[in-house]
Design a protein around this ligand. Structure first.
Ligand SMILES: Nc1ncnc2c1ncn2[C@@H]1O[C@H](COP(=O)(O)OP(=O)(O)OP(=O)(O)O)[C@@H](O)[C@H]1O
Length: 258
């Protein structure tokens, strides 16, 4: 694997409760690219993302900037790699602003108060996700979409080079989905790398690169515009998609009924 990859992985196997869930996956994630992981329910998308983030035990190796993930000091790694998981809980009693400040922990000295830079990052991230207005409200009092925008702000406040998100669009309405795409594009344009598990195929088709999974393997990787990518999508979704090019290079995947 080339040394240029921000993250590279070689996974022989990942087991959950003794059951093999992923096998034989090798990939490289360069800087400056948005990669979307797609595939049917149970394909192993979330497990792959968790494996790449170092959140679960693997048989194999994940390298961040060429260094194995476990060899990174925890705080340094947490500054490089930000995570937004599915249905995250545990912070319900905190004010939204304090939840976002958690994203600054890897930058703060032990028990030190937040710096002016931390406060700036929190405000900027909350403004980016349009969640600043409810900064004083407790997370538990927010709607699903409002909460998701606060959690996205927390991940953005880290200012990490690598942003990993599992179903980040859950609960977001179309304008905020569009805002999410804009945020991802900004991050990638600034040299960052974004990896997202997405169920919304039409959003995934706007990524730079797709990983198409089924049965615990990556069956195909390629650009969303490539006919081979469309064929892989058809294969994993039982030929039940209608692929439409709505403008040059921009595709939609509609479910075929009947
Ligand atoms: N904790 C667990 N213990 C055992 N098996 C698990 C566990 N979590 C997930 N699995 C199994 O691993 C496989 C992959 O699950 P995973 O959540 O990675 O799939 P996914 O592609 O993200 O699915 P979905 O689209 O439904 O969210 C599934 O068969 C699932 O049942």
């Amino acid at each position: 694997m080339s040394g240029a990859a921000l993250l590279s992985a070689s996974l022989q196997r990942v087991r959950l409760q003794g059951r093999p869930v992923l096998q034989d996956i090798a990939l490289e994630l360069p800087a400056g690219r948005w990669t979307a992981i797609v595939g049917p329910n149970g394909a192993g998308k979330s497990t792959l993302l968790r494996a790449l983030a170092g959140l679960i035990a693997i048989e194999g190796q994940v390298l961040l900037e060429g260094r194995p993930l476990p060899a990174w000091p925890a705080r340094e790694r947490a500054r490089k790699l930000a995570w937004l998981g599915q249905n995250e809980g545990g912070a319900d009693d905190l004010r939204a602003q304090d939840v976002v400040m958690l994203g600054r922990l890897p930058h703060q000295a032990w028990l030190a108060p937040p710096s002016a830079q931390d406060l700036d990052c929190v405000r900027a991230a909350m403004q980016q996700t349009q969640s600043w207005d409810w900064r004083e409200r407790r997370l538990a009092t927010l709607s699903g979409g409002e909460r998701q925008r606060v959690l996205l702000a927390r991940a953005l406040a880290v200012r990490a080079e690598l942003l990993m998100m599992d179903e980040p669009l859950a609960h977001l309405d179309p304008p905020h989905q569009a805002d999410w795409i804009a945020i991802v594009r900004q991050s990638v344009a600034a040299g960052g790398s974004v990896v997202s598990v997405l169920h919304e195929l039409n959003i995934a088709l706007r990524a730079d690169w797709l990983l198409v999974m089924a049965g615990g393997r990556v069956l195909h990787r390629g650009r969303p515009q490539d006919p081979a990518t469309h064929a892989a999508l058809q294969q994993v979704f039982d030929q039940r998609l209608r692929m439409l090019e709505i403008e040059p290079g921009q595709w939609l995947a509609l479910p075929l009924t009947g």
